[in-house]
Ligand binder design. Sequence first.
Ligand code: VG1
Ligand code: CO
Length: 545
Amino acid sequence: MNILHTATSPFTDQKPGTSGLRKKVRVFQTSHYLENYVQAIFNVATDLNGGMLILGGDGRYYNVQAIQTIIKMAVANGVRHIKLGQAGLFSTPAVSHLIRKYRAAGGLILSASHNPGGPEGDFGIKFNTANGGPADTQFTDQVYAESLRIAAYRLAEMEDVPLEAPAHFQYGETLIEVIDPVSDYAELMEHIFDFKKIKALFSSGLFTLCFDAMHAVTGPYATEIFQRRLGASTGSVINALPQEDFAGGHPDPNLIYAKELVAHLNGSSKAPNLGAASDGDGDRYMLLGRNFFVNPSDCLAVMTANAHLLSGYKQGLNGVARSLPTSRAVDKVAETLGIDCYETPTGWKYFGNLLDDRRITLCGEESFGTGSDHIREKDGIWAVLFWLNLVAIKRQSVEEITRAHWARFGRHYYSRHDYEGLDSDLAEQLMENLRARTETLKGQEYAGHVITDCDDFSYTDPVDHSITEHQGIRILFEDESRIVFRLSGTGTEGATLRVYLERYENDPALHNIETQVALADMINIARELAELQTRCGREQPDIVT
Ligand code: VG1
Ligand code: CO
């Protein structure tokens, strides 16, 4: 087979963020842009030469075109075996699982996750290494360095591979296999959870589910698992057909973007008992009970407190971890259980070492992500199955389970305020100003709340001892309230400031306050400290979750 060596010159903006390289579709369509970045990955991940690659994406616009290009590059770069998802589809958790199951050298996931799609939307590439997890910072730094000196890329001269149906093809030395994207993953879920019990729950006639796939990748997974294998009634999975532009929607599973689901759950007494939605690539999820929202930080805490009840986790938990901005609800549980609780920077890649070293079993982020040691990614469908399994055991509603949890451990009121599309320089200056004040803020009092500690979060990985600095400004108050400021690393336009607000309330009589009301003091203090109005001209956040 003829291998073409195409001369190219570097782009200066191929630095991966929190989760891979994410840009506007039209940037990825610039000639050589995709190829340069993919070649940089091949140059760093030398194990792919002679090894196996898992390749697929969330079905968004440009997914299939990018896959065809990457196949030709993989063949030209010596990959021996490529496993492709039928129609180019793989969820992020499924790729993580396939890498581990088939001992692949790595996987490429084409997704910009929860960012909108379509020709005017976003596209992205994530590379996961042999442990199934997102490449670590050391790796992504090398890829970036490589992208800055790239001079040529390789492409095999071959026809497009048909992706429509499972099949095998041999191209030169490379075996290309198109597989059903769901079956391996579904089998793993059956292994972890008690499908018999969940099936009995559905067949009891007392329980219904509504799962919103938001026209993204989880449609086929959810239909197979919830409807076909577990017997949830037809129609339990809505917006199940993956579409290139997510039918014009924003595949971010929160109360704002999953409107249709929220409306279903807030309906009459006939509303479904459990509601869930997932994001573009299926690693995030939102969980709802009837007229009830469980925030992702609480989800992690509830799971940690109850894991021993599930057969898949009955041996107990090694430990748990949460990202810095995630509420400290899980910390209270870990303390009671006497297990370790780690605080990591934002992004799933920081959980990898802790999972590989068997220091933790569960981990999660406030941004609608929870996962366990079954793979090395957060996993939306796994999380929904965890809840279904729990409800099937306890025969209590989502609300009852959560309220009982608060009564035992106290409630952490929690919210994230996002200020989007800020001028990047102004946003940097805002963060710099906070950073400069960390020492002087200690001991000061705001609206009756005394600041006990304040720093710019730095993380030392306990396994490889690598240090990651400047991960967010955290401000801790005497009454266990907390504010965290950080800039997003997944956006494609200007800067997004994220303000994370938290307040702990131990008294069950005070567990029914509306979240934004409960957090009013922290909201005002955050606004004052960040000087948002004077620096960025912003009074109100764009998105509150
Ligand atoms: C956001 C979330 C972070 C998550 C990341 C990737 O990053 O805050 O918790 O790990 O997205 O998730 P940032 O830097 O924008 O805050 V996904 O589902 O987009 O792969
Ligand atoms: Co995602």
